[in-house]
Design a protein around this ligand. Structure first.
Ligand code: ZN
Length: 182
């Protein structure tokens, strides 16, 4: 494949093809050293940008380097990534013309740092996280909000109870008939 790294309008630098690519073609390998998920976490916790790709086994992470790791993300990509026999490849999703930037949908997951998307596609979902992950995050945020609301409600009910008790005590106090001293 005739690939070059050039400045990209989406993000810093991207990978472009200088020759047409046919739909379904294997474009480039996503290669790099293999780490365990724990090693990757230890190495890159808090890093602003990483080139990690988690394999389907859920244990191995490729620390991407070289051409395959430099493709930018798009919500409307012309490439896709796939794991075949423990190796990860980027394939053309459609016919790609010479000069086009190669893009795949990162579908990020397992993180909470913002990952805004600037792909500029009409289909842009505004983030590089996957729809599934965003749905999970929304569920988590909703549960948290519900918990906070429930806690607030509990505090309020307790407060009201305390107030009611006080009022009753006060009433009880005032309603005690005064003995006449006479
Ligand atoms: Zn986008």
């Amino acid at each position: 494949m005739a690939l070059v790294v050039r400045p990209s309008r989406i993000h810093a630098a991207g990978v472009f093809t200088t020759a047409p690519i046919r739909k379904g073609a294997r474009v480039v390998e996503y290669s790099g050293p293999r780490l365990t998920a724990e090693e990757a976490n230890r190495l890159y916790d808090g890093a602003p940008r990483t080139y990690l790709y988690g394999l389907e086994d859920g244990k191995t992470v490729i620390d991407g380097e070289g051409m395959g790791a430099y493709l930018n993300h798009s919500c409307d990509p012309n490439c896709e990534i796939d794991e075949i026999k423990n190796r990860v490849w980027i394939f053309a999703l459609r016919d790609i013309a010479a000069g086009e930037e190669l893009l795949w949908d990162y579908n990020l997951y397992d993180d909470e740092d913002p990952a805004p998307c600037y792909c500029g596609s009409p289909k842009c979902r505004g983030t590089m996280y996957s729809r599934e992950w965003m749905a999970k995050m929304r569920r988590k945020a909703r549960k948290k909000a519900e918990k906070i609301a429930a806690e607030r409600q509990a505090t309020r009910t307790q407060g009201e109870k305390a107030k009611t008790t006080k009022t009753l005590e006060k009433r009880a106090g005032t309603s005690i008939p005064k003995r006449s001293v006479a």
